[in-house]
Design a protein around this ligand. Structure first.
Ligand code: LER
Ligand code: MN
Length: 267
């Protein structure tokens, strides 16, 4: 298991859900604190200058754990559940570029809120469009040895794929071995019947885990039972990334330090 932290560049949208902003200062801080990797929250693949990123990764001895795409939805307002259109093609083209970038950095691209919503008019059609879009992108990603990660998100943010079990059923429907789940224990605390137990149960479908406490502060600051979570995932021999995705409170460096100070004992 390896520990990562979510970061974005300094001009990230205010809604970008990251601990640190500014690639260089974030990577220095992550490295100083002892994180193994960074999760890059991007709004556009062109934000990355590979020569510069290679230098920073080498200097700070970090890996890219995954590329996350929440800002794409926030910025473009486009999603996988949209019907075919020229803009939908733009979204798919952008995901091809994210997948190409992930082939070099981290081999994983997440699908969070960009999956869209099912709405009320024709919910089955919206879900079918999600499945088709995700399958097409998985086929593209497969050729590049990249895995897509579907994140179950709580009902107050999104109206389908709220639980890990719902995520598992939908990726079964997509039917590709390079599409996996990215459970986030903050969302699981709201939606799932258990956290550790569900992670163990669905471990074969899990490719990545987001960590935050029940109040979305650093692990250790709320009431989530991390002993139970780590007992279950170790029993299931989980050997992937866990990434800290928390509110940057009381301020980013302190939050990131609280998280790793608390989590170190499990690694
Ligand atoms: C993204 O990883 C996430 O967990 C969402 O809740 C952000 O809104
Ligand atoms: Mn998350």
């Amino acid at each position: 298991m390896k520990l990562s932290i979510a970061i974005a560049d300094s001009d990230a949208l205010p809604s970008a859900f990251v601990v640190f902003r500014g690639f260089e200062t974030s990577m220095k801080a992550a490295s100083d604190l002892g994180y193994n990797g960074i999760e890059l929250a991007l709004k556009n693949p062109s934000e990355i200058d590979p020569a510069k990123l290679d230098r920073l990764l080498a200097d700070y001895k970090l890996e890219v754990s995954a590329i996350s795409t929440g800002q794409v939805y926030a910025e473009l307002g486009l999603s996988f559940t949209d019907p075919p259109s020229a803009q939908k093609e733009t979204l798919i083209g952008m995901f091809h570029d994210f997948i190409d970038l992930a082939a070099r950095y981290g081999k994983k691209v997440n699908i969070g809120r960009v999956r869209g919503s099912k709405g009320t008019s024709q919910p089955d059609e919206a879900i079918a469009r999600f499945v088709d879009t995700a399958r097409g992108l998985s086929e593209y990603a497969k050729k590049k040895d990249v895995t897509l990660l579907v994140e179950p998100v709580n009902r107050y943010e999104i109206d389908f794929i709220n639980t890990v079990e719902e995520g598992a059923r939908i990726i079964e429907k997509i039917g590709m071995d390079n599409i996996k789940l990215m459970p986030d224990v903050f969302h699981m605390n709201i939606e799932d019947p258990a956290i550790g137990g569900e992670l163990e149960k669905w471990i074969n479908k899990i490719g990545y885990i987001h960590l935050a406490d029940s109040n979305r502060y650093a692990p250790g600051q709320g009431h989530t039972d991390f002993d139970d979570i780590f007992r279950h995932i170790k029993k299931a021999r989980y050997d992937g990334w866990l990434s800290v995705e928390i509110l940057p409170k009381p301020e980013p460096y302190q939050a990131a330090r609280q998280a790793i100070t608390f989590l170190r004992k499990y690694f």
